[in-house]
Design a protein around this ligand. Sequence first.
Ligand code: 0L1
Ligand code: MG
Length: 262
Amino acid sequence: MKLDRKTIEQLAAHLESAELEARDVTKITDDHPQMDWDDAYAIQDAIRARKEARGQRTVGLKAGLTSFAKMKQMGVDVPCFGFVSDYMARPDGGEIAIKELIHPKVEAEICVVTKAPLTGPGCHVGTVLAAIDFVVPAVEIIDSRYRDFKFDLKSVIADNTSASRFVVGGRARRLDDVDLRTLGVVLEKNGQIVAMAAGAAVLGHPAAAVAMMANHLAARGQGIPAGSFIMTGGVTEAIAVAAGDAIAVRFQDLGTVSMRFV
Ligand code: 0L1
Ligand code: MG
């Protein structure tokens, strides 16, 4: 690690207040170019600790930048990992207030809930499939705190991978009832199809994103507990939204997730 504890805490406070006040900031590597990957995740962990100290529960884990479309859109070549908190959840079919956000985008995500703990190293798709309890569809609303999306991957990781809001909807299905690779997803904005993909867009298989997450956490001395809700990452590129936009995402076999931005 290249940053001291005080700087990590200061950067966590800086990024979290930008999130809570819907205020954009410049990327933190501008002032801290020496920052490494461990520093980036330590800042994210400090943001999580701040939220939990206020009583906000961590209710899920997220993999980000797991599809080639998203990697291409953001100019990166490796995924990243973050978390979602209880206050970020919004109901299916509900409204999302744009004034609480900076420049939101939506992503269609195939999510899983686990029934067994997952630990790395060496976690693979087979281990993950054996640990999945059920599959649910969701839409993640990402909202990078960085001005004009000018960031690098370390800055994004520190900023909890742009986590902002999420909507779980549709219906939960057992793994036996769906094929995660061929599961089709159609994203509509104001009634027009704007993106579509299949589950395989996520690293060849959405379970691969979960395996990668377990191996990533193992390197940090952590694991994925049984009962975890895990978002495997957007299947398409992210789509920008503004007040007045209605989003509906149709997931094959899993139903539809919808919301309106107001
Ligand atoms: O959920 C994600 O794919 C993380 C995205 C981080 C970068 C961005 O804000 O687009
Ligand atoms: Mg995402």
